[in-house]
Ligand binder design. Structure first.
Ligand SMILES: [Zn+2]
Length: 372
C-alpha cells in the first residue's frame, strides 16, 4: 500500500503528500540549485543557489497545489464532494468523490485549473518585471516560476484524458453527443495518443543522449496512458452498475465467528467447508468487524496459524454501512475510497448482508460474459 501523510487542511479539504513526492521535491531542488541557477547566474555564492533553489521548489509545489485547489473549490461550488488533494510524483491530484454529472460542470471544473496556472504565471511575471533591477535572486525565482506555470497551463490543456484539456474535450463531446460514455471514449483514446507521442519522444531523447529528460517524459507518458485507460474503464463499470442496488450485490449467507479464531481455523472450518466468504466477527457477543476472503488471502500462508481474525478484519469503526437500496456504483466507490474490502448492508439497525469487493467483480464479470 502507498504511504501518504496529511500535512494540513484548507477550506475543509485535506492536503496530503505521497511518499513519492519527497523524491521529486529533492530532485527538482537539486536540479535547480546544482544546475539551473549556477548555469544562469554564475556569480552567486554557493549557499544562495540552495536557498533560492529550495524556495523555488517549494513555490512550484504551492503553484501545483493552488491549481488543484481551484479545481476542488469549483467542484465543491457545483455540489461535488471533494475529499483531499495529494501531491505526488507527477504533480497533484484532487480526489473528487464522483464524476461530474453534467458536461457544463465538467467543463468549468476542468478549465479553471489551466486558467489558475496562467494567472499564477502572470503574477510571477509581474513580480519579475518589478524586481529585476533590485534583487537578482528574487527575479531569478520569479522568472523560473512564471515560465514553469505557463508551461503547466499549456501542458494541461493538451486534449487528452486525464489532462484538464482532455476533460474539456470530454465535456464538449458529451454536450454534442449527449453520451457520456462515448465522450469518455473519445477523450480516453486521444489521451492514449498523447501518451504514446510522449513515450516515443522520451525514448528518442534517451537515444539522443538526454537520458534523464527522456526517461522523465516517457514516465509521464506511461502514467497518462494508464490513467486514460482506467478513466474509460471506470465509466464502463459505472454504467454496468447503473441500475444495480446493494441488495442485488450483497451476500446474505454469512456466519458469525469469534475474533480470537486463527486465520487457519477460519479457512478450514468455515471458508473451505461452508464455501462462504464473508463473516461477521463478534467479540463478547457484539459486532466487532467484518472479514472477507480478500483479507484472508492477504495473509502469507506461513503466518495463518499465528494470525487471528481480529488482526485482519475491518473493525467496526472503519466500516461504512450502506442501505439495501444504495446504488451499486456508490457501494463500489465506498470500497475503493476507503481501501476496505467489505461494507455491511444495514436496515433497521440489523445487518442484512455484506458486499465484498469480489461480489462486485463477480457481478461485473458475469454481466460482461453474458454480454449484458
Ligand atoms: Zn488540472
Amino acid at each position: 500500500m502507498r504511504t501518504s501523510w496529511r500535512i494540513f487542511r484548507i477550506f475543509g479539504i485535506e492536503i496530503r503528500i505521497d511518499s513519492s513526492w519527497i523524491f521529486i521535491f529533492g530532485l527538482i531542488t537539486w536540479a535547480l540549485a546544482g544546475h539551473y541557477f549556477p548555469s544562469q547566474y554564475p556569480r552567486w555564492p554557493h549557499w544562495q543557489y540552495w536557498l533560492v533553489g529550495t524556495a523555488t521548489s517549494l513555490l512550484l509545489f504551492s503553484s501545483v497545489l493552488a491549481h488543484e485547489l481551484t479545481h476542488s473549490l469549483v467542484a465543491r461550488s457545483k455540489g461535488e464532494e471533494v475529499r483531499s488533494i495529494t501531491l505526488f510524483l507527477f504533480g497533484g491530484v484532487a480526489e473528487i468523490a464522483e464524476e461530474p454529472k453534467t458536461p457544463a460542470k465538467e467543463f468549468s471544473i476542468a478549465l479553471v485549473g489551466p486558467i489558475s496556472s496562467l494567472i499564477i504565471a502572470g503574477i510571477f511575471f509581474v513580480l519579475w518585471y518589478g524586481i529585476r533591477g533590485i534583487s537578482e535572486p528574487i527575479a531569478a525565482l520569479a522568472r523560473y516560476l512564471s515560465i514553469i506555470n505557463l508551461f503547466l497551463a499549456l501542458f494541461n490543456m493538451v486534449p487528452g484524458f486525464p489532462l484538464d484539456g482532455g476533460r474539456v474535450l470530454r465535456a464538449i463531446a458529451w454536450k454534442l453527443t449527449g453520451d457520456m460514455r462515448r465522450a469518455t471514449r473519445i477523450a480516453s483514446v486521444s489521451g492514449q495518443v498523447v501518451a504514446f507521442l510522449l513515450i516515443f519522444f522520451g525514448v528518442w531523447q534517451i537515444l539522443s543522449g538526454f537520458f534523464f529528460n527522456g526517461l522523465w517524459i516517457a514516465l509521464i507518458g506511461w502514467f497518462i496512458h494508464s490513467a486514460a485507460v482506467r478513466g474509460y474503464r471506470q465509466v464502463l463499470v459505472k454504467e454496468m452498475l447503473k441500475d444495480v442496488r446493494a441488495k442485488d450485490l450483497m451476500d446474505t449467507t454469512f456466519d458469525t465467528i469469534d475474533g480470537s479464531l486463527s486465520v487457519q481455523e477460519l479457512m478450514e472450518e468455515y471458508i473451505l467447508k461452508k464455501k462462504e466468504r464473508a463473516f461477521l466477527v463478534t467479540e463478547a457477543g457484539k459486532l466487532a468487524g467484518i472479514v472477507c476472503l480478500e483479507d484472508v488471502k492477504a495473509v502469507p500462508s506461513e503466518k495463518r496459524t499465528v494470525t487471528t481474525v481480529r488482526e485482519i478484519m475491518t473493525p467496526r469503526d472503519k466500516l461504512e454501512a450502506v442501505s439495501p437500496e444504495e446504488d451499486g456504483s456508490k457501494v463500489l466507490g465506498k470500497l475503493a475510497s476507503g481501501k476496505i474490502h467489505q461494507v455491511p448492508v444495514i436496515e433497521g439497525g440489523e445487518v442484512k448482508g455484506v458486499v465484498c469487493r469480489a461480489d462486485i467483480l463477480d457481478f461485473l464479470h458475469l454481466r460482461s460474459e453474458l454480454g449484458v
